[in-house]
Design a protein around this ligand. Structure first.
Ligand SMILES: Cc1ncc(COP(=O)(O)O)c(C=O)c1O
Length: 262
């Protein structure tokens, strides 16, 4: 499939119920799950609309898996928090989007993550790496000066030294540049810009290899409280929560009666 056709069809599916040809939009924030293994929830990134968007961007970028966020900054900050930890060092291109720059400067140090801000030349980036460098962060073309980085060579430094490479690809869009195919590990977008294209959308996306996407998703989802903690708190698997004060209490009593009799 060529890229323009992928823009239209990748990741989408017709509506099974109405046979509408466009992917349906589901507005639910909660889904029934008692009889299924998978509990759908937006923060677990597994609802049909999230998956359709991610599949489309993965197809366009040539990546394996990804996560769609509520903003570009949510994607950027979550990726950095997922892939770096106390004691690590990051090499960060100085000329990046202001919000990303501020996040790095204001938050990484507090978490015990050191960083070096560098120019965009490959030699400068390489020179800034240290024994404990775990991540190189670049943006190309840059906002707002539209300067470019030699992405392939930066990816090469990462591969050679075992350092993860991350790029903000917002300004290029997947139509003009596919950094994942050039060897970059994580590709980020503020979907708020050209992915949306009409200034009527706010979102962010991170695409990567399956294993790296899984790490990012785990950090973002805060998915599980361990069985021990649940037990200590008195939360058993058969605990039933009733929406008293929301639905009419007599309807709730009827529901319980029907369940017990049925
Ligand atoms: C290159 C780039 N990256 C990231 C962002 C942040 O994205 P958002 O505004 O969707 O949080 C912006 C926003 O202007 C941007 O231009």
């Amino acid at each position: 499939m060529k890229i323009d056709t992928k823009c239209v069809h990748a990741g989408g599916y017709p509506d099974a119920q109405t046979r509408g040809i466009n992917t349906p939009i589901f507005t639910s924030s909660a889904y029934g799950y008692l009889d299924t293994d998978t509990r759908l929830y937006q923060r677990y990134f597994n609802t049909p609309n999230q998956e359709a968007v991610v599949k489309k961007i993965c197809e366009l970028e040539g990546a394996e898996d990804g996560i769609v966020f509520s903003s570009g900054m949510a994607a950027i900050s979550t990726v950095l928090l997922s892939l770096l930890k106390n004691g690590d060092h990051a090499v960060v291109q100085d000329e990046i989007y202001g919000g990303s720059h501020a996040f790095v400067e204001e938050h990484l140090g507090k978490l015990g993550i050191s960083f070096t801000l560098t120019g965009r030349e490959v030699q400068e980036i390489e020179k800034a790496t240290k024994a404990n460098t775990k991540l190189i962060y670049i943006e190309s073309p840059t906002n707002p000066l539209l300067n470019v980085v030699d992405i392939h060579r930066v990816a090469g430094i990462g591969k050679q030294r075992g350092i993860l490479t991350v790029i903000d690809n917002t300004f290029a869009t997947p139509i003009n540049q596919n950094p994942f195919l050039l060897g970059i590990d994580v590709v980020l977008h503020s979907g708020t810009k050209y992915l949306g294209g009409h200034s009527d959308l706010y979102c962010g996306v991170a695409v990567a290899r399956k294993d790296i996407a899984a790490i990012i998703r785990k950090t973002a989802s805060h998915q599980k409280v361990s069985g021990d903690v649940r037990k200590r708190l008195g939360i058993s698997d058969n605990l039933l929560r009733l929406s008293v004060g929301i639905e009419n209490v007599s309807d709730l009593i009827d529901d319980i009666r029907q369940a017990l009799e049925g």
